[in-house]
Design a protein around this ligand. Structure first.
Ligand code: GLN
Length: 485
């Protein structure tokens, strides 16, 4: 493996800015690594060879002309394939969008380009981000670089696997119920879900709009901070993006955690969390104490209702969002001529996979006249209670710490029962319901498979995530291990 592919984004950007290496060299190294490992990892749906080399050359040219380069200059990045890239196919992991080429860039894509990042690939995902393993992808299942018989997690499994296998130093994913943090945990990298509203969703193909949030993957806290610096902030094109100032997240990574008040919610150590995972996470928590944090057990009593309420709200919103795929405006259209209604029915039947269809049906049912109050409204009320749990806890604590997943990565095919699959997100779903930010940080191994610890902060306090993750990783270096793939 070339050394360039093991460098952090921060180191790459520094070297490119000083001319120590060219953006072209970095891009070529990344493309070579992709070619070498993709047959085993299968993280990517589209590799953008020409576009990536062209943007690298443009950056090198700007440098030779004496320009100061932006903070992510020359850094290769992969994007989950539910973010629109102008001129490059964007599938959302669905056959219904297999040939969809967006006429515009998502706001995050535009901001990354402005920050100098070189977009090199579109990463695999569960169809429309519904799933926890990439097995629901309409194209293929990605593999976990630590054990290719196992899944990388999902739905942003391709992004996590690509960073873990050093195909790219950084990537973006989206997280509705855990889709950044769970695959980050499974693949031994960092993954951050920002506060709802911190990052624009304009150009993100919607799953459940009140929960979806875009966030970064990286192998260091600093690399996640650099990405959030670039993508966070108000966007007039997304009315739910918040007009809250964006601090310099990079600066938080170097702070210590002396006196930081850490709550450990006891509910997160039930919920089917294996003893091995719990023990690795408890060791990580002991480390925080050693580093000067004040750790106290606490309670978030409504945690146990999060999964049930989530699986009303998310399908309800998905059924409404996915109504736009009608076989008429764009996306797959059936070859059979069947009249207007027939055309829509047939196109959707051919284009959507089983999990997506199931959720559209559940969501449509939950929103139907007569059922709305019993299901959707009630689930929203539960959501308010969950949010209040967090607001109360954050009156006493600066951050909360929990496991990310109940177990390490499972084998492909192991969770054929869709309910068993959904339990993979019990520790991450409540955080989306509360709208608060959280990060998954590598904290050890169980039988050779990575395990993550989840750090949760109050709304718009992502700085505390970087502070805690930065201090923890300086002391442990669990993020310095590479899979042998
Ligand atoms: N696995 C959860 C679901 O299928 C979460 C997915 C996500 O965060 N996009 O809904």
């Amino acid at each position: 493996m070339s050394d360039l592919t093991q460098l952090s984004a921060r180191e790459i950007a520094r070297k490119v800015a000083t001319g120590e290496v060219s953006a072209r060299e970095v891009t070529e190294a990344s493309l070579a690594r992709i070619e070498a490992v993709e047959p085993k990892v299968k993280a990517l749906l589209t590799v953008m060879h020409e576009e990536a080399l062209a943007s690298a050359d443009a950056l090198d040219k700007r440098r030779s002309a004496g320009e100061t380069l932006p903070p992510l200059a020359g850094v290769p990045i992969a994007l989950k394939d539910n973010m629109c890239t102008r001129g490059t196919r964007t599938t959302a992991g669905s056959k219904i969008l297999a040939n969809f080429v967006p006429p515009y860039d998502a706001t995050v894509v535009k901001r990354l380009r402005d920050a100098g990042a070189v977009i090199i690939a579109k990463a695999n995902l569960d169809e429309f981000a519904m799933g926890s393993s990439t097995e629901n992808s309409g194209f293929f299942t990605s593999c976990n670089p630590w054990d290719t018989e196992r899944v990388p997690g999902g739905s942003s499994g391709g992004s996590a696997a690509a960073v873990s296998a050093c195909e790219v130093p950084i990537a973006l994913g989206s997280d509705t119920g855990g889709s950044i943090r769970q695959p980050a945990g499974f693949c031994g990298v960092l993954g951050l879900k920002p506060t709802y509203g911190r990052v624009s969703r304009y150009g993100l193909i919607a799953y459940a709009s009140s929960l979806d949030q875009i966030g970064p993957f990286g192998r260091t806290a600093e690399d996640c901070a650099l990405q959030l610096n670039a993508i966070a902030g108000h966007d007039p094109l997304d009315s739910t993006s918040a007009d809250v100032p964006v601090p310099d997240y990079l600066a938080s990574c170097n702070r210590d955690i002396k006196g930081l008040r850490v709550g450990v919610p006891k509910e997160f150590f039930g919920q089917g969390v294996s003893e091995e995972v719990a023990s690795v996470v408890r060791t990580a928590i002991d480390k925080l104490t050693e580093l000067g944090a004040i750790v106290v057990e606490c309670s978030l009593p409504y945690t146990e209702y999060a999964l049930a309420a989530y699986y009303i709200i998310a399908p309800a919103e998905c059924s409404s969002n996915l109504a736009r795929f009608d076989g008429v405006k764009y996306g797959h259209r059936t070859k059979e001529l069947a009249g207007h209604i027939g055309l829509t029915e047939k196109s959707r039947d051919e284009g959507f996979g089983a999990e997506v269809k199931q959720r559209i049906m559940i969501g449509t049912y939950a929103l139907s006249a007569g059922y709305y109050d019993a299901y959707y409204k009630r689930a929203q009320q539960v959501r308010t209670l969950i949010r209040q749990d967090y607001e109360q806890a954050f009156q006493k604590f600066d951050v909360l710490v929990t496991p990310v997943t109940p177990t390490p990565a499972f084998k492909a095919g192991e969770k054929a029962d869709p309910f068993a699959m959904k339990l993979a997100d019990v520790c991450t779903l409540p955080i989306n319901m509360a709208g608060v930010p959280a990060i998954s940080v590598p904290c050890g191994f169980v039988e050779g498979l990575p395990v993550g610890v989840q750090i949760i902060a109050p709304h718009f306090q992502e700085e505390r995530l970087f502070q805690t993750a930065g201090a923890y990783l300086r002391a442990t270096e669990w993020n310095k291990q590479f899979p042998s793939v």
